[in-house]
Design a protein around this ligand. Structure first.
Ligand SMILES: Cc1cc2nc3c(=O)[nH]c(=O)nc-3n(C[C@H](O)[C@H](O)[C@H](O)COP(=O)(O)OP(=O)(O)OC[C@H]3O[C@@H](n4cnc5c(N)ncnc54)[C@H](O)[C@@H]3O)c2cc1C
Length: 521
């Protein structure tokens, strides 16, 4: 069997030669990419490939080529060819995945399938609030598209980059402001590693009136197989947009003291249970996360940071109602219930009868890079947004995304343990929390560290494993994973993992697609 390194020329002694003008590989064994895509869309330059192999944690990965297909047919041709030649491939929609693996592949020598050129918004239904997007469409692009059309809908923005992909983020089951990003996805068009294309949902049937409306076409719901997996490359999907609320209030709340956290969470849960607060519309941050958005760590005293880890909590959220009177009453009740739990809460109505209060226009559906500042917590300074490149700047960051029951006592116990677990590694506890419903909380712990060579990377990965072990001890588990990191400390594959590997073999017989993602080998 031909080894990958022979095909990619990684060892440098294969006799392969590359025509730099055309990007074509002249090896008899290797694929000739320029037969498939424009030579200008093939990158073999060592510096550029090196930059794509960088991550904000762990060792860099070797990238053998970056291919930029201009159509889904080219995606299929690339994958078919890679399968034939047993070349590992890693898809990247926009690569704004800092702390989750950046743009880097899993396997050294991989070809990057850069989908950022696929930016077509091929359909828009202004009445139903549906858009059909390709993977290169960013949050920024979609927000501008909807704004130009004066849409009644918006796409829930994330705390990450406005340059991130709307489609890739939904596939990764991301968190956005109001609305479930994963649930917004419908009717996928997927290219399998062997080059076959399949459609899911109503788009796979003749029911043209139902396209994208919901994910319940008769039969098994297979879309989930392509979420956080390496089972295919999604080249188009419907996004079900969120209705822009006619009446909207915002509120912020603060508590000082970990002992107050269970009461605050309980008030939040009650408001969700009663329907006063909707899922995904409240965010809870500990003090470190809050401070990190302002300045790097070196600007604060040790005492300030210690207190901010466990004792300072900031909650912010949105309230909606069908009219402004109901909204006012609802806001008053929510503020009172949070204050009764010991919080200092204030709120304001920012939109009434479809009209924004002056100065509040960007509050929903306008992606902002503001939270990217937190990536530089362990750096000496925070660059301007235009100059930010966390991979090149060697920021140290990795996320551990854990699910919790909606129970403040469990969260408070974890917070106390997590701060203690991270302390010996010199990592401050930085945690944010959201709610899917009154049943479940989703957290994101960001492990930020100063990179000083291999040792600091090893220590950060040890800290990740220690925190994961602590979570497992408490009966918790991740809901989302940084690429290449384990979701469990268990070493035996589960029966589900074995089954997923069998499914993978159906469309990816040579195992070329992001091998190892989410433990699917
Ligand atoms: C400070 C900060 C704040 C953040 N806040 C949030 C937040 O609020 N909510 C949130 O959800 N995330 C957040 N993130 C995480 C991250 O920014 C987003 O998840 C972002 O969407 C990832 O970048 P991307 O969309 O360019 O995806 P990519 O990097 O392109 O891809 C992400 C993953 O999906 C796979 N993939 C990409 N495209 C495809 C495809 N077409 N088919 C199959 N697989 C594919 C890739 O292989 C990769 O594993 C934050 C990150 C930072 C640094």
């Amino acid at each position: 069997m031909t080894q990958i390194s022979e095909l990619t020329g990684l060892n440098g002694d294969t006799g392969d030669a590359t025509d730099m003008a055309t990007g074509a590989r002249s090896s008899a064994a290797g694929p000739v990419w320029s037969d498939i895509i424009e030579p200008g869309n093939i990158v073999l330059d060592a510096d550029q490939c090196g930059a794509w192999g960088r991550r904000t944690f762990g060792a860099d990965k070797a990238v053998s080529a970056i291919l930029r297909p201009g159509s889904r047919h080219e995606v299929a041709a690339i994958l078919r060819t890679a399968t034939m030649h047993r070349l590992p491939v890693h898809p990247v929609s926009r690569g704004a995945n800092w702390g989750m693996g950046s743009r880097a592949p899993f396997e050294d020598g991989s070809v990057i399938l850069d989908l950022s050129g696929l930016t077509v918004i091929s359909d828009y239904d202004p009445m139903q609030g549906l858009v059909r997007v390709e993977p290169g469409v960013t949050f920024g692009m979609l927000a501008a598209y909807l704004s130009e059309r004066e849409s009644r809908y918006f796409v829930p923005e994330i705390g990450g980059s406005p340059e991130a992909s709307v489609l890739a983020n939904a596939l990764d089951r991301g968190d956005g402001a109001i609305g479930d990003r994963w649930a917004s996805l419908g009717d996928l068009e997927v290219v399998l590693a062997d080059g076959r294309t399949l459609e899911t949902g109503y788009s796979a049937t003749k029911a043209y009136r139902l396209k994208g409306l919901h994910s319940g076409a008769a039969g098994p719901i297979v879309e989930g197989l392509f979420s956080q997996s390496n089972l295919g490359v999604v080249v188009a999907a419907w996004i079900r947009l969120e209705p822009m609320p006619g009446n909207l209030a915002v509120f912020t709340s603060r508590i000082d003291g970990l002992d107050l956290l269970p009461g605050l969470i309980s008030a939040w849960r009650e408001a969700q249970f009663a329907g006063a607060i909707l899922g995904r519309s409240v965010t809870l941050w500990n003090g470190v996360k809050y401070l990190a958005r302002e300045n790097p760590r070196s600007s604060y005293s040790e005492d300030e940071v210690r207190l901010a880890e466990t004792d300072t909590w900031h909650l912010s959220g949105y309230l909606l109602a069908e009219d402004s009177t109901i909204l006012g009453l609802r806001a008053d009740r929510v503020v009172q219930s949070f204050n009764a739990a010991g919080a200092a809460t204030s709120g304001a109505i920012v939109r009434t009868d479809g009209v924004w209060r002056e100065g509040c226009e960007g509050l929903l559906g306008k992606p902002s890079p503001r939270n990217l500042r937190t990536v530089y917590w362990s750096s000496d300074s925070i660059p301007g947004f235009e100059d930010m490149d966390p991979d090149a700047d060697r920021c140290g960051l990795l996320w551990l995304c854990l699910a919790f029951p909606f129970d403040g006592k469990v969260l408070a116990e974890f917070v106390q343990c997590a701060a203690a677990v991270l302390r010996p590694y010199g990592i401050d506890l930085n945690i944010g929390v959201e709610a899917t419903s009154f049943r479940c909380l989703l957290s994101y712990v960001s492990l930020s560290y100063r990179r000083k060579g291999e040792e600091s990377d090893t220590a950060a990965l040890d800290a990740y494993r220690a925190l994961l072990a602590e979570a497992e001890r408490m009966g918790l588990a991740p809901y989302r994973l940084a690429n290449g990191l384990a979701k469990t400390t268990a070493t035996e594959p589960s029966s589900l993992q074995t089954y997923l590997e069998e499914i993978r073999a159906v469309g990816d017989p040579n195992g070329i697609l992001s091998k190892g993602r989410a433990g699917i080998g």
